[in-house]
Write a protein that binds this ligand. Structure first.
Ligand code: SAM
Length: 382
């Protein structure tokens, strides 16, 4: 998926008309394994051709395509000027509208943002401070990680916010290889996402709503770090069970899972307003493309405006549930200002009693964290 547009352009040069279904996909898959410019090949080139040709035996519909696949791949691989003819940088795997939006919003950084989607995302842990709070237990756990062969480094801060519970694994592994994961010692959570609990910083005993909560990463972090009474709301019942599972794995108490629509509180709100609300609203997810490279293929330009409208509905409904003097944190994992700064500005205009407090605003994806937007509002006491 990360090379899809480049592969498509290459293929267009070598076939007169688009081959049907499976033949096209097999060619795509094979060409996507051609090494990137100046990189070592993953497989010897003849293996790539042979295995693609062998794969034609797997489906009767591919039988006739054996010759075509063999010929096209051999010609592609023989071309020493492949990268000069069609540069991969000039064919990033995004639709035109996506690139236009990024270029407009970030004239200086947009090539870097595009390039970052090809990098390996970091794998960051959040230590459960209820299970391994305090320096001694933390050091013991770090030793255990090292003894299991994992290389780690502490994530000191993101956007000047210290993250004492964040540890980056330098060689990502599946969770079953992380010591204590199933005993609730830690969770996997991007360092940029870990800012949420610190920015909201709910006071002891306060009523907190996480309005779009599944799978429960930020809810769990709030319960690990603060003694609060938390409602974790989620519209999708199947996803809501993931929140329960995470609370159970991490042995957390103080959280209730509710199923309902944040934009329609009358169906689930019992009438007691909240001191703090986390609104991690549905968004394009344009800040986490390197983790989900299919996102640019799935989104349409019109989706962004539709998401903006949905977010406004949710925020407007949530504002009515907040106590005067209470705080709401608006979060998206997007890099589009339509789901970031423009929304924050709209909010200040639309809500006369909203006061904007300090929060990092736009975080662009980098080596240590994904792309996020954070804005914090307080409801004036009139
Ligand atoms: C960005 S994810 C939340 C991630 C979560 N906060 C975490 O840190 O693990 C957004 C979630 O909101 C849910 N959602 C979407 N629309 C909603 C609505 N109107 N009311 C409540 N939840 C909603 C989605 O199903 C999805 O699980």
């Amino acid at each position: 998926m990360r090379r899809g547009y480049w592969v498509h352009e290459i293929l267009n040069q070598y076939v007169q008309k688009t081959p049907p279904g499976l033949t096209l996909y097999l060619l795509w898959a094979a060409i996507s394994l051609v090494p990137e410019k100046d990189r070592e090949p993953m497989y010897p080139m003849h293996t790539l051709v042979n295995e693609a040709v062998n794969a034609t035996h797997l489906d009767a519909k591919l039988g006739f395509a054996k010759g075509l696949i063999n010929a096209v791949l051999r010609r592609v691989l023989r071309n020493e000027h492949l990268y000069q003819e069609i540069s991969e940088e000039k064919n990033p795997s995004y639709p035109e509208w996506w690139i236009r939006k990024l270029r407009y919003a970030y004239p200086e950084q947009f090539t870097k943002i595009i390039a970052s989607s090809k990098e390996k995302p970091p794998l960051t842990l959040r230590l459960n401070q209820r299970e391994i709070g305090g320096d001694t237990l933390k050091q013991e756990y770090i030793t255990k990680l090292k003894e299991s062969g994992l290389s780690i480094q502490a994530v000191r801060a993101v956007s000047n916010q210290a993250l004492p519970n964040a540890l980056e694994l330098l060689n990502p592994v599946p969770v079953h290889q992380i010591p204590g994961f199933f005993d609730g010692v830690c969770s996997v959570q991007d360092a940029g996402a870990q800012l949420a609990a610190y920015l909201l910083s709910p006071s002891k005993g306060s009523r907190v709503l996480d309005a779009c909560a599944a799978p429960g990463g930020k809810s769990a972090q709030l319960l690990e770090q603060f003694d609060i009474n938390l409602d974790a709301l989620e519209i999708d019942p199947a996803r809501a069970t993931r929140i329960e599972e995470n609370f159970a794995r991490l042995k957390l108490s103080g959280g209730q899972v509710l199923v309902g629509d944040a934009a329609n509180p009358q169906t689930w709100f019992k009438g007691e307003p909240y001191d703090f609300i986390l609104a991690d609203v549905p968004c394009s997810a344009s800040g986490i493309v390197r983790r989900h490279p299919d996102i640019p293929y799935l989104r349409q330009e019109a989706d962004i405006q539709a998401l903006q409208i949905t977010q406004r509905k949710i925020l407007t409904a949530l504002w009515g549930l907040l106590k005067p003097g209470g705080r709401l944190l608006y979060v998206t994992c997007s890099v589009f200002p339509d789901e970031g700064e423009s929304q924050a500005k709209w909010w200040l205009n639309a809500m006369p009693n909203a006061v904007r407090l300090g929060a990092p605003g736009q975080l662009l994806p980098n080596q240590h964290h994904d792309g996020f937007f954070y804005a914090l509002f307080e409801k004036a006491k009139d």
